[in-house]
Design a protein around this ligand. Structure first.
Ligand SMILES: [Zn+2]
Length: 370
């Protein structure tokens, strides 16, 4: 039942990304099969092969060569990263179209790239050991059956043309392509919602004919932005796909829509327990007694896209500043960022707090002035 391929949810076509995703799937599927064929060619040195070359120890040496394996795993990671990044970008486009706003890919790109790289390396970790084991089994099996290393080499080289081979079969490449493109698209959409600042939650869209029961169960389920739709230790990250070959979609629940929900609806609660959960301009959290709103955080982050970990720095500035200065109703918290300006002066993160009954963060920015 989970093996069945779901048709694309109509939401993908409505947002004009379906054909781009179909192309990305096909591109990834072919690139994975090409990677495997080139890997086999390199392993058996088949391009330069004459009757009695390479030497019998050649394959065994390569199988034990960590540098060689790293090269092939890095190549695989690059293939995956580039296709995933395309799908993430399509997801951000989807978010922009659903919200009818123009989202800046420049702000989303660094986070998207980090996600693509991390996910690609997870996928490599899932693929490579199977390939390693499969090849090692052919070698040891062949040797125990009394085959020569030349016969074994030919057997490995022939895997390239063997549609039935099970070491890295085509169906697996297809499944990875389908599943991972949808996953990256959903992640890109989520990053787009976050970037917009006006999305409070997400709604699961299944509704298409041919969705499996697990997906149908999630249909119309609404969660806060950043919360998972489901928890499954075996598969997925809480967003589509729910299972391999799943093509469900998500839609944003905007702040505008939340206004019409009943007052006690969980999505109407603006308060968050940590700064990481502050996902839209109306959410807020308190750090060391200071209220920090999503709106103020956005201003800070957009002002300094070059500063990594801006959010963590703000938290640290409020909780353990390098020093602070009081000026009337305002208190300036300074955090030494341990970076030098081009003129050799220290960079500080300065967080300005209005100190009334309920202190709140007014603004924050980088400065070299104490
Ligand atoms: Zn599904």
């Amino acid at each position: 039942m989970e093996k069945q391929v779901e048709p694309y949810h109509p939401e993908y076509a409505a947002n004009r990304v379906q054909s781009a995703l179909e192309r990305a799937e096909e591109e990834l599927r072919q690139a994975l099969m090409r990677w495997f064929a080139e890997f086999l060619e390199d392993l058996t040195d088949v391009e330069k092969m004459t009757k009695d070359e390479p030497l019998p120890g050649f394959i065994l040496a390569r199988l034990n060569d960590q540098v060689w394996w790293r090269m092939w795993s890095e190549r695989l990671a690059e293939i995956l990263t580039s296709v995933l990044l395309n799908a993430l970008q399509a997801g951000a486009q989807t978010a922009g179209r659903q919200l009818q706003v123009k989202l800046s890919w420049d702000y989303i790109q660094p986070v998207a790239l980090a996600w693509a790289r991390e996910n690609a390396s997870k996928l490599v970790t899932g693929i490579l050991p199977d390939v390693q084991t499969g090849i090692a089994q052919i070698v040891t099996g062949g040797l125990s059956e009394g085959k020569t290393m030349y016969q074994i080499r030919d057997e490995i080289a022939d895997l390239r043309n063997d549609a039935e081979q099970t070491i890295f079969p085509e169906w697996r490449a297809t499944r990875i392509a389908r599943t991972e493109v949808i996953r990256a698209h959903a992640q890109g959409a989520k990053l787009g919602y976050q970037e917009s600042g006006v999305v409070r939650g997400m709604r699961w869209l299944d509704g298409q004919t041919g969705a499996c029961p697990k997906c149908r169960e999630l249909h119309n389920k609404t969660v806060r932005l950043g919360e998972p739709f489901y928890l499954d230790p075996k598969f997925g990250d809480g967003l589509p796909p729910r299972h391999p070959h799943c093509r469900c979609a998500v839609a944003p629940v905007t702040l505008e829509q939340v206004k019409y929900l009943p007052a006690d609806h969980p999505l109407r609660d603006n308060r968050r327990n940590s700064i990481e959960e502050v996902t839209d301009i109306q959410t807020y959290t308190e750090i060391g007694g200071v209220r920090v709103t999503g709106e103020r955080l956005r201003h800070a982050q957009f002002g300094h896209p070059e500063v990594k970990g801006f959010i963590e720095n703000i938290e640290q500035a409020l909780l353990s500043p390098t020093f602070f200065k009081d000026r009337g109703e305002l208190r300036d918290y300074y955090l030494d960022l341990r970076r030098k300006s081009p003129s050799g002066r220290n960079f500080y993160l300065k967080v300005v707090v209005k100190m009334d009954e309920n202190p709140f963060l007014l603004t924050s920015y980088l400065t070299t002035q104490k």
